[in-house]
Design a protein around this ligand. Structure first.
Ligand SMILES: [Fe+2]
Length: 250
């Protein structure tokens, strides 16, 4: 089975449409989203509609959490709060109801999916977890792989029971080993912060244990214009062109 893993679409319809066209062309079996489907971008409602149309399952991200529970807005910096207020005003009642029902994690085909850190943390970043704690988490992980998002950057942590390694992920194919455990960061479809503008997503083949990192060009200038027109802080439009490291949190 070949599974596409998408994260941090962030209301970027052009990037999602490009990614879904590729997924269709590759005839992949299933798609799972790691949350933050909304926020920052201009088309949060349209992104949710498109995910629903394709029956794509998703976990809760921290941006969905801010819609579900307004007290969570305090976690964000003022620019992100402003973007989230606009996002909230764009969402329909049914969309908000749907967000309230999103799970903190999913387990499918022996794989775990969570926004931040396993087993089910939405707000914590992987880089905030001390190595000893990370090893504990990997030891307790029932699944072979946990896919995460949240940082908008790509990366892979592997654990063989004795040695923990952290590596960057770049576009291409890498072979995983069945006897290791992994935490894999899928990067971002719609607000990348890995230094390049392309929309990123992963494809995992459960039979061959091959992981493919996909990077697709899309018309980010169109998305940027829509961000500005919607009154969302301009910095989120500017970052699209460069996939820049953001001053604010995911
Ligand atoms: Fe995010």
């Amino acid at each position: 089975m070949k599974i596409a893993v998408l994260s941090d679409i962030h209301g970027n319809l052009e990037a999602l449409q490009t990614v879904l066209a590729k997924i269709h062309a590759l005839r992949l079996d299933e798609v799972v989203c790691l949350g933050d489907n909304i926020g920052y971008g201009p088309d949060s409602q349209a992104v949710m509609d498109l995910l629903a149309e394709h029956k794509i399952a998703s976990v809760l991200g921290n941006h969905e959490m801010a819609v579900k529970n307004r007290a969570s807005l305090e976690w964000f910096n003022p620019m992100a709060q402003k973007a989230l207020e606009i996002t909230r005003s764009q969402l329909s009642g049914p969309a908000v109801s749907k967000i309230r029902k999103l799970p903190f994690f999913l387990v499918k085909h022996g794989l775990r999916f969570v926004h931040g850190v396993p087993p089910a943390n939405v707000f914590l970043y992987l880089f905030q977890v001390p190595e000893k704690k990370l090893i504990q988490k990997l030891d307790r992980l029932q699944e072979h792989i946990c896919f995460v998002g949240h940082t908008h950057d790509l990366g892979i942590i592997s654990w063989d029971g004795a040695c923990l390694t952290r590596d960057k992920l770049v576009p291409g194919v890498c072979q995983l080993e069945e006897n290791k455990k992994y935490i894999i960061n899928a990067g971002s479809v719609g607000q990348p912060r890995d230094g390049t503008a392309a929309a990123k997503f992963l494809v995992y083949d459960t039979q061959t244990c091959q992981l493919s990192v996909m990077a697709l060009d899309y018309p980010f200038a169109d998305t940027g214009r829509k961000i500005i027109a919607a009154g969302i802080p301009k910095m989120y439009a500017e970052k699209l062109a460069v996939g820049a490291e953001a001053a604010d949190k995911g």
